[in-house]
Design a binder for this molecule. Structure first.
Ligand SMILES: *Cc1c(COP(=O)(O)O)cnc(C)c1O
Length: 390
């Protein structure tokens, strides 16, 4: 698929493809202790989940997000599976979550045999609000799954109050929010359990990896058991429950620890990326860029998203295809849970509509905004975006 849209001659040659080269959507930055810690794993022979970096990484994350316990797991999706299972959510229980999120959230609920109930989101913050959650509460509701989307945290206080009023558990998915705060409190510090992902496009990466965080010693113990096949403490190979092998390796934790050590710099870099793109694109008509902040948080810019107004002829898919022709990597937005074929086949979300999520899924995408992106790359991205969307 090639577009007819050639970059015109007036285009600054310093920003041409020849000058800047292809721009990947994400490139991690492994410039701290990553190498030293990984070599330590090899030199000591500690490569499995039994190695010492696992506990060090868990403690470092717990300190960062003000939690008593961190339980390192294989990935962020596994962390959600464990969080749902730890709360013993199951058949007959409804869990409310945003429609605009990754499938891992709903999948964890469905796998537990519980019922996911999805709600729409705010068109500016892209997050679901207390009003969305409140409208979906029924006598069967047992938990609220809160997911911070793309860079701005969810407005937590009204949701925590709502949960308290109805006696509901709260799971906070903070997979995109390492280093972000809500009213000065760390994301990942809210709810009975919170979860993180350390996929390479997250602010802390361990290649693959995740963590469940809590302040409750019993829940922490239960999460540890669930990640390790529920071997019981009395006699190994006798099980009272089914868990998973969702363990994190020492090598992953080594990488993760080195990444946590420089989280402040990563956050500062992400905000700088957000500022540069905002300066370059704020005046572009017909395109919604991320809010720089709200009264409870500054933008973190996990990704820098563009949402094309309905008035624009191109939708996200078309715009992304043209950017791909220019060797600029992009990713589409999440696709709403209420429109997922797999869930519709299961008879879920019948008659449910989430107009905001459905619109932004078709109109939104994000541009290269990993910590490795350079100033000249951002200037090329902005120049091409302006050309393409004019
Ligand atoms: C990345 C992400 C996950 C899943 O993490 P994996 O490590 O890729 O399994 C879960 N929730 C949200 C909101 C995410 O962005």
């Amino acid at each position: 698929m090639t577009s007819a849209l050639a970059v015109p001659a007036v285009f600054d040659p310093a920003l041409s493809l020849d000058a800047v080269g292809p721009i990947p959507v994400n490139e991690p930055l492994l410039d701290g202790n990553e190498r030293a810690y990984l070599l330590d794993c090899i030199d000591t022979g500690w490569i499995s989940s039994e190695g010492p970096f696992v506990e060090r990484f868990e403690a470092a994350m717990a300190a960062k997000v003000n939690r008593r316990y961190g339980v390192g797991v294989a990935n962020g999706s596994a962390a959600l599976d464990i969080a749902v299972a730890a709360l013993r959510l199951g058949p007959g229980d409804e869990v409310i979550l945003p429609s605009f999120t990754i499938i891992s959230c709903a999948a964890a609920i469905v796998r537990a045999g519980a019922t996911p109930v999805v709600v729409d989101c705010d068109p500016l913050t892209l997050n679901s609000t207390a009003d969305h959650y409140a409208a979906a509460i029924t006598p069967r509701t047992k938990a609220l799954m809160v997911v911070h989307i793309y860079g701005l945290p969810v407005d937590m206080d009204p949701i925590l109050a709502l949960a308290e009023r109805h006696g509901l558990a709260v799971i906070e998915d903070a997979a995109e929010m390492h280093g972000q705060t809500y009213k000065g409190r760390p994301c990942g510090s809210f709810g009975h359990l919170s979860t993180f992902s350390f996929y390479p496009n997250k602010l802390v990466t361990s290649g693959e990896g995740g963590m469940v965080m809590t302040d409750d010693p019993e829940l922490a113990e239960r999460c540890r058991s669930l990640r390790n096949l529920c071997f019981n403490n009395r006699q190994r190979f006798i099980h009272d429950e089914i868990g998973w092998n969702y363990r994190l390796t020492n090598m992953q934790a080594a990488l993760g620890l080195a990444q946590v050590e420089k989280l402040e710099q990563t956050v500062a870099r992400k905000r700088e990326i957000g500022r540069v793109y905002t300066d370059l694109l704020a005046d572009l008509p017909g395109v919604q860029i991320p809010l720089t902040g709200t009264n409870y948080a500054e933008g973190l810019y996990w990704v820098f998203s563009l949402i094309l107004d309905d008035s624009m002829e191109m939708d996200a898919k078309a715009a992304m295809a043209v950017l791909a022709d220019h060797k600029i990597g992009t990713r589409p937005f999440f696709w709403p849970m209420n429109e997922q074929p797999v869930f519709r086949k299961m008879g879920l979300f019948e008659g449910v509509s989430c107009p905001v999520a459905e619109r932004i899924a078709r109109r939104g995408f994000y541009v290269p905004s990993g910590v490795g992106v350079t100033e000249i790359q951002m200037r090329r991205v902005a120049a091409v975006v302006r050309q393409v969307l004019k």
